[in-house]
Design a protein around this ligand. Structure first.
Ligand SMILES: [Zn+2]
Length: 238
């Protein structure tokens, strides 16, 4: 990426994106608190330091956003809910399993499946797709299966009763603190040492558009929660 800033100024990018997969990979494989995952975080930290130093060396005053698309929670073979314990296997076609499950009824078994999945249970909640709580922003797309079951943070919904469970994952209710993502911003647009209340990741898009001086497409995000972190001159041009 630094080499892009060695080009003549008219050939430099206005927006550059870097993706580091190490922390996610290690979080899944070894768990969020494993030494391997700390090592992966250190590696990313070192790479970002290298980028910052390289930009400073080239006198590039860039706005840097460090984001992640999700958190990570620790799983355990002691916290497993086999989907066969929620409904009889002949009544359901399991589309996805894990922190949440997407389930379609086997034709002719719609009512049986609805009866089973509507029952109250510990550590999991199921909704028919038209009853999914509004705040989850899920269920209107035709590709979403007829039923959604969401496990409690740290619990796993499995296809088989004795399935191997990985060390960590994401995909739980975003209200769970473990699911919170990273947001660190620095550069000419941002105030220093400012901590903002938690906001939605979709708000990053209008922020990027503002920083690029572009009109955003219709979207679900808002710049309002980010106002408090912006310098006055940037607040004025929203
Ligand atoms: Zn992941």
């Amino acid at each position: 990426m630094l080499s892009w800033f060695d080009r003549p100024s008219e050939k430099r990018p206005a927006l550059s994106l870097l993706y580091f997969d190490g922390v996610d990979h290690s979080g899944h494989k070894h768990g969020p608190f494993a030494p391997e995952t700390h090592a992966a975080s250190r590696e990313v930290d070192t790479a970002i330091a290298r980028l910052m130093a390289g930009l400073a060396e080239r006198h590039v005053a860039a706005n840097i956003l460090i984001v992640s698309d999700h958190g990570m929670t620790e799983l355990s073979p002691q916290r497993v809910i086999p989907l066969s314990s929620l409904a009889t296997p002949h009544s359901m076609e399991i589309v996805t399993s894990g922190p949440y499950a997407g389930i379609n009824p086997v034709p002719g078994h719609e009512r049986e499946l609805a009866r089973s999945l509507s029952a109250q249970r510990d550590h999991v909640t199921c909704w028919s797709k038209d009853r999914i709580p509004e705040r989850l922003h899920y269920g209107t797309n035709p590709r979403v299966p007829a039923w959604l079951c969401l496990a409690e943070n740290g619990w796993t919904l499995t296809r088989e009763p004795h399935e191997h469970v990985i060390a960590g994952t994401h995909g739980y209710d975003m209200a769970a603190p473990d699911m919170t993502a990273t947001f660190i911003a620095s550069g000419p647009a941002f105030l220093s040492h400012k901590t903002l209340p938690t906001f939605d990741n979709v708000d990053v898009y209008p922020l990027l558009m503002m920083l690029l001086g572009l009109l955003p497409e219709n979207n679900d995000g808002s710049l309002v929660p980010l106002q408090g972190g912006l310098r006055d001159t940037y607040r004025a041009i929203q």
